[in-house]
Write a protein that binds this ligand. Sequence first.
Ligand code: SER
Length: 314
Amino acid sequence: MNKILITGVNGQIGTELSQKLLAKVGPENIVGLDIRPALPPYAFPHETIDTTNKEAIRQVVEKYRIDTIFHLASLLSARGELNPDQTWDVNMGGLKSMLDIARGTGIKIFWPSSIAVFGPNSPKDNTPQNTILDPNTMYGITKRAGELLCQYYFDKFHVDVRSVRFPGIISHETEPGGGTTDYAVEIFYEAIRNKVYTSFVREETCLPMMYMEDAVRSAIEIMLAEKEQVKVRTSYNLAAVSFTVTEMVAEIRKHIPEFLCNYAPDFRQAIADAWPRVIDDSRARQDWNWQHEYDLSGITQDMIENLRQKLQMT
Ligand code: SER
């Protein structure tokens, strides 16, 4: 990890991963890439390019002598259902561009997959690494197909691509855009701003979640693991905690007792219902020593502290 390219650098994960890597390798060793222009504080070079533009990205890779790519650019599950064609083009086209660019160069790639690879017939509890994978969203289909493409490029062309199936990611820096698990972030903003939130999934909805600190650390740790430790070349199940909306509400009320949550489920309920409740991530724990740190109470406390500052509502 000497010269790092981060695609989707303006997104929920990109903004925080870039800050963490900046502290590790310095601004001269990071390049950001996004379809949108750079965000302040402009700490490292930025290229405004669509990730499906393979030749433009190849030129960036050559110009900066990139040896590691964190390929985060993607459309998420809910937005994906509104734009299935674009989701296929961006998610599959972008990943294939990166894999093709890495062929024969020794470039290492991190690419996030998702709990969206599971579907209505996958086991909901302790969902194993290898099980029925029948995603029924375009986003989930691109993640599952992408996993197989990663395995193929590893087997056939020796591209060192590493991947984890991220659960819903909770963070305070940059809001997620267009995911089904977005309620688990929105709820904190609304609890602080208005003390009331209307959830687009039902109260008993339970999904695997992870705090951004843990998510960013997992991406860096799998990339730093020895090659022999990374034995799954589709994508690793990765987990931290699972909880229902009711459990989140109770935890938030410990800090904001007046907080109220209403429920108005929409099309995202069906997506959530097809995903697992609790994931078995023992392979990641065994192979490259994955461990999460934040549980629901740790996440809640940190989110409320940071968002009160950010929204100046102390
Ligand atoms: N957080 C993502 C979504 O909800 C899941 O990978 O789409």
